[in-house]
Ligand binder design. Structure first.
Ligand SMILES: Nc1nc2c(ncn2[C@@H]2O[C@H](COP(=O)(O)OP(=O)(O)OP(=O)(O)O)[C@@H](O)[C@H]2O)c(=O)[nH]1
Ligand SMILES: [Mg+2]
Length: 362
């Protein structure tokens, strides 16, 4: 059981899809458990379209629905017999060691070997939460990101392709001061650098959950509550002429970014997936300070597509809904018809874990 945490947009799904590909090439079977506060998850669609068996715990995080988590694992074992189960918790979740890893070791020692808890972090966010760059996240959201690293067995600084050697050295020494005793990796899920070595180290049989953070649940709850949450699924139909959906996705994310900047609403993650008979397109926006990133695997224009949007932004759910609807309307214009299939907006409730074990289970 390989659980990989880390803040919104740190690159968990990108890394885990990359890791799964490597395991499959080695002849190992892999299954995923994804997690969100609401259905229609880009990550689930993304992994499922790559052919992996995926179970989704939707409607609450793993820690508040431990039984849902273990039932998903049991379902995966039943229908896919995985050698490795990879689980990605919600990016705003922390205290996983006390609420997931320790209970797994205590109650399911016979069933699962629990790998070290890896926590991914984006280098730009890391600088912010360690006070080395101006912070745009709400202090309580930054607190969650810090606590995630505090409870990690293994700190994984992802997106190392964006760092110079000097920056790597600086971040390494900062991590040593803030999180002594944690194994630290610098990898790039994008280029694959360090992924094999990290993966091998996680699957050697070393047990996870050697640290438990002293999490202040008031700050944790507030750090989640400042985020508006939107999951939506839409049908897109070009009424005039066929469309390059990647351009549509990029324009939509650009508009979202501009609107968030105008409203001083920091972005946790706005991601989208567009599926058409010409292929798939993915788009991500991980802060107001960065440009959207599009990964286009479509072969040309088409007239019909399905769009899934997951947005986590520091604003109220109502404002987020208006922002997304207005951006969609503007990008679609008169030439594209947008039909909403499903739309959920919420603000995460106070986390109330099923179990919370505050001593390390040996
Ligand atoms: N430059 C760079 N970008 C990366 C790397 N890994 C991931 N990304 C990008 O980071 C963005 C977020 O990636 P995801 O894998 O969706 O992040 P996540 O942690 O799963 O996000 P949530 O599920 O929302 O918590 C995407 O635009 C990725 O392409 C990396 O190693 N280098
Ligand atoms: Mg993800």
């Amino acid at each position: 059981m390989l659980i990989v945490g880390g803040f919104l947009g740190a690159g968990k799904t990108t890394l885990l899809a990359e890791a799964a590909g490597r395991l499959v090439r080695q002849g190992r079977r892999v299954g995923f458990i994804t997690n969100d506060q609401a259905p229609n998850l880009v990550d689930t669609r993304l992994l499922a379209t790559q052919g992996y068996p995926v179970e989704e715990v939707a409607g609450s995080c793993f820690c508040c629905n431990f039984d849902g988590f273990t039932q998903s694992a049991a379902a995966l074992i039943d229908h896919a017999q995985p050698d490795v189960i990879i689980a990605e918790p919600v990016g705003s979740c922390t205290d996983l060691s006390a609420t997931i890893l320790q209970p797994l070791k205590k109650q399911y020692a016979e069933r699962f070997e629990v790998s070290p808890l890896s926590v991914l972090v984006d280098p730009a966010r890391l600088r912010q939460i360690l006070g080395k760059a101006e912070g745009t996240l709400h202090p309580d959201a930054a607190y969650i990101c810090y606590q995630q690293l505090e409870e990690a067995d293994v700190v994984v600084v992802n997106k190392a392709d964006l760092l110079t050697e000097q920056e790597v050295a600086e971040l390494k020494s900062l991590l040593l001061v803030h999180f002594p005793g944690r194994e630290v990796w610098f990898i790039s899920a994008k280029t694959g650098d360090g992924v094999d070595e990290w993966l091998e180290a996680m699957l050697t049989g070393k047990r996870g959950g050697s640290h438990i953070a002293d999490v202040d649940y008031d700050r944790y709850a507030n750090g989640e509550a400042v985020l508006g949450w939107l999951n939506g699924s839409f049908r897109l139909t070009a009424v005039a002429k066929p469309v390059l959906w990647a351009e549509f996705g990029r324009d939509f994310l650009q508009l979202c970014r501009q609107e968030c900047i105008r409203r001083s609403a920091e972005i946790g993650h706005v991601k989208l997936m567009i599926e058409a008979d010409t292929g798939v397109c993915l788009g991500n926006l991980t802060s107001t300070g960065t440009e959207p990133v599009l990964r286009n695997r479509m072969s040309g224009r088409s007239t019909q597509a399905r769009l899934v949007i997951n947005a986590r932004v520091e604003t109220t759910p109502d404002t987020l809904e208006n922002l997304v609807r207005e951006a969609l309307e503007q990008v679609a214009g008169p030439d594209i018809d947008v039909t909403t299939e499903d739309l959920r907006v919420l603000s995460p409730g106070r986390p109330t874990p099923t179990h919370r074990i505050l001593t390390v289970v040996e």
